[in-house]
Design a protein around this ligand. Structure first.
Ligand code: UPG
Ligand code: MN
Length: 738
């Protein structure tokens, strides 16, 4: 096997043709200039709106009551916030870049002499992350187009589950067929489940044999999962692994479990065909905080793997993100191994894409514009955020190396001497990190619900850049949340985490100043300000419809020239956002859904994320990591396919959304009734307000259906509906008499 003293991680170019870069960076100048002109015009109108709020009321109305003035002032503050936030978001549209790689140059230059690559797949719960899904991810990366003796796949199981381990043992067997099959026939995608479902019935006889083997394996794994029991044969066969589970082991209380299922370091024939495969479940004890995914990454991934294969490049994947393009590692290496520009790049991030999103993306989980516009824009300003999955890192950089420091030569001896698993296990114990820099200056950072973002930011602050690769063919595909509640919970975690990044010692604003460019600081702020942006959105929308109800005009008359900036900003910004969405391949309905989700995230997830952060600052509570479920029951899955919004659970977030929705509806109904009873004056003075409230009612339509019209299981729970209606009605009654 090719593991001599000279080769391995040093990767000297095979040929000396250094001159050709391995990737190039393109810009689209014309489009950017047009955009800048447009954006200046919007900004001019924003300034006019501010000017209107400050100057006009003083002139037109001296008889205003205190409360009117207060409302006016609050509107001004909100508009200042929106305006400034809009300015911040311009950073991601100011200077976009696109990266293109040249994998054939890479092959010519390095042949198979590529650096070792360690892939880390993280899983944490065998129920909401089914073992069969997890092993499909593992198999998909095991079959990457990469020399198998240079590739290792580690499965980190924070669930400490025998079922997951059992599934992996099955996968290790199946890999002996699957990996060579993929290589021989250039199979794409390399996840067996995805491949078979893409092929349908069109398999030839060889493929059919492989498919049969897969189906048998899948059936065994699913049966075991359903029964919650590992088959006895497997226990006998993999005794060495299963005996590591003590009789009283639970997911929160167990020792380190480490099993090398395929050892690619050994010189045998199978090992050369399939990569190293390792199962790891770090020690967990109730009295030690485990720091969620960040803890798993540091213990297993960065420390344990350094004693087994010690890949110079690492790829981090969530357990649902299977490899959809077997060439992704080569694309990433085109950037990381490039002798010139590539030298300063610490990590290569691929977008988070999903294979279960429906046509109109009901919950806007794809974040089309985020991927195809914002991240491209971030890349032009110094590099995208690290978003936790689909990201290739340099091991020594994530472990703490600064830009400009000598790269440590990874010695081939280090991985050649076989260290006994027992010795390695200590690296994954609860106490190993006490009084070390792990989780602080070394590895993935602790204490933040978005460990990935803060870690990437710290890397960029150490002088590194990052790069974004977003080829047409998506490289990794995962499972997006399939119901409203899960999506809102996920965004609650993200908004809370990003806001904590802003307030942390690594804040992009305070800590990042002088270390990363202004464009990137603003780029981070777009996300870091999600949580606080909930307050102005909530207040502004509620004031708009409540004041319509009370007959207090908040905007200039449609006939007045002051209306022009309001109209211009509203129409043009939305038209542009629609155009942008369509350019990114979305549909009109998809865009409309996104507007709804935009509002719901702000008035629930982000608001809760905001209050969670404040609670944490006050020391009242701690942040949690609620794992997103990757499964749905059959009926719910059916509704998801039909793009019917799923409520179903009682949640404070739904109570809030329901109450706001009802309040909105009542206010609009009252205004319509006034209009119908012949009082047209309202419409003249409050036309814009009327329209906004009406649009909000239309946006909320699926919510009203879920609350009042639907009968299926996915409707809003009756208790939530009743409470929302009661609260909204009482609020309106009080207001009417005020
Ligand atoms: O204690 C834990 C909790 C989670 N995970 C794993 O972390 C991954 C991400 O969890 P998921 O519930 O799928 O979260 P998402 O919101 O989809 O994740 C995004 O956002 C997270 C930060 O909020 C990042 O950690 C993820 O990598 C990123 O994909 C999954 O593979 C989990 O198995 C662990 O290993 N240990
Ligand atoms: Mn996920």
């Amino acid at each position: 096997m090719a593991m001599g003293k000279e080769d391995d991680n040093r990767c000297k170019p095979v040929h000396d043709g250094h001159s050709e870069p391995l990737f190039e960076t393109r810009r689209k100048t014309g489009r950017v200039i047009a955009y800048r002109v447009f954006s200046v015009s919007v900004f001019a109108c924003i300034c006019l709106i501010w000017f209107y709020r400050v100057t006009v009321p003083i002139k037109i109305d001296v008889n205003r009551t205190g409360i009117d003035r207060l409302i006016w002032f609050v509107m001004l503050v909100a508009e200042i916030w929106f305006g400034l936030y809009w300015v911040v978001t311009q950073s991601s549209r100011w200077n976009p870049v696109w990266r293109f790689t040249f994998p054939d140059r890479l092959s010519r230059r390095y042949g198979n002499d590529l650096p070792r690559l360690d892939v880390f797949v993280c899983t944490a719960d065998p129920v909401i992350e089914p073992p069969l899904m997890v092993v499909n991810t593992v198999l998909s990366v095991a079959a990457l187009d990469y020399p198998p003796e240079k590739l290792a796949v580690y499965l980190s199981d924070d669930g400490g589950s025998e079922l997951t381990f059992y599934a992996l043992t099955e996968a290790a067997e199946f890999a002996k067929t699957w990996v060579p099959f993929c290589k021989r026939f250039n199979v794409e995608p390399t996840s067996p489940a995805a491949y078979l479902s893409s092929k349908g019935n069109g398999l030839d006889s060889t493929a059919e044999e492989v498919a049969e083997l897969y189906r048998e394996m899948a059936a065994r794994i699913e049966t075991a999962s359903r029964l919650g029991r590992v088959p006895e044969e497997a226990r006998l066969k993999y005794g060495e692994g299963f005996t590591q589970w003590d009789a009283d082991a639970t997911r929160r209380n167990h020792g380190t479990i480490l099993q090398i299922l395929v050892d690619g370091r050994e010189e045998n024939t199978i090992a050369i065909e399939i990569p190293t495969l390792v199962y790891l479940s770090r020690e967990k004890r109730p009295q030690h905080h485990h720091n969620f995914k960040a803890g798993a990454m540091n213990a297993l991934v960065l420390r344990v793997s350094s004693k087994i294969t010690c890949g110079k490049i690492i790829l981090n994947l969530d357990c649902d993100m299977y490899a959809n393009n077997s060439k992704s590692a080569r694309d990433a290496l085109c950037i990381l191994l490039d002798e010139k520009e590539g030298k300063e790049i610490a990590f290569v991030q691929f977008p988070q894409c999903f294979d279960n999103v429906t046509r109109n993306d009901l919950y806007a989980t794809m974040m089309r514009v985020g991927v195809d516009v914002e991240f491209i824009g971030l890349d032009g300003n110094g590099g995208p955020l690290y978003i936790g999955t689909g990201c290739f890192h340099r091991r020594d950089v994530i472990c703490g190396r600064k830009y400009g420091e000598e790269e440590e030569e990874v010695k081939s001896e280090k991985v050649q001497e076989m260290i006994e698993p027992e010795m390695i296990k200590d690296l994954a114990s609860c106490t190993y990190e006490a009084n070390t820099q792990w989780g602080k200056e070394m590895g993935v950072k602790y204490g933040c619900p978005v460990e990935d973002v803060i870690t990437g930011l710290a890397i960029q602050c150490r002088g590194w850049k990052s790069a974004f690769l977003n080829p047409e063919k998506k490289d990794f595909l995962g499972v997006a949340p399939t119901n409203l509640h899960q999506m809102l919970v996920q965004h609650r975690r993200w908004s809370e985490g990003d806001f904590q990044v802003l307030l942390s010692e690594y804040s992009p604003v305070w800590y990042g100043k002088g270390k990363i460019g202004l464009g990137l600081i603003l780029g981070y702020c777009c996300y870091c300000l999600w949580a606080p942006s909930s307050v102005p959105v909530l207040v502004y929308s509620v004031l708009t419809f409540l004041c319509l109800f009370k007959g207090i005009p908040l905007f200039p008359k449609v006939s007045s020239s002051w209306f022009i900036p309001f109209g211009y900003v509203t129409v043009v910004v939305n038209a542009y956002s629609l155009a942008e969405f369509l350019w990114c391949g979305g549909t009109f309905r998809g865009w409309w859904n996104e507007q709804r989700v935009w509002l719901y995230r702000r008035t629930s997830s982000f608001l809760f994320g905001f209050t969670d952060t404040i609670m944490k600052l006050l020391g009242v509570s701690e942040s949690a990591f609620v794992i997103t479920s990757k499964v749905a029951d059959e009926e719910a899955a059916e509704r998801y396919k039909d793009e019917v919004m799923e409520f179903g659970v009682e949640s404070p977030m739904f109570l809030l959304l329901g109450t706001l929705g009802m309040l909105n509806l009542f206010c609009f109904a009252a205004a319509v009734m006034r209009l119908a009873s012949g009082d047209g004056g309202d419409f003249k003075t409050m036309g814009f307000q009327f329209v906004i409230t009406g649009i909000l009612v239309v946006i909320n339509w699926p919510l009203y259906e879920g609350m009042l019209l639907r009968k299926d299981k996915g409707k809003m729970p009756t208790s939530v509906t009743v409470k929302s209606v009661v609260i909204a009605l009482s609020a309106c009654t009080c207001l009417a008499f005020l």
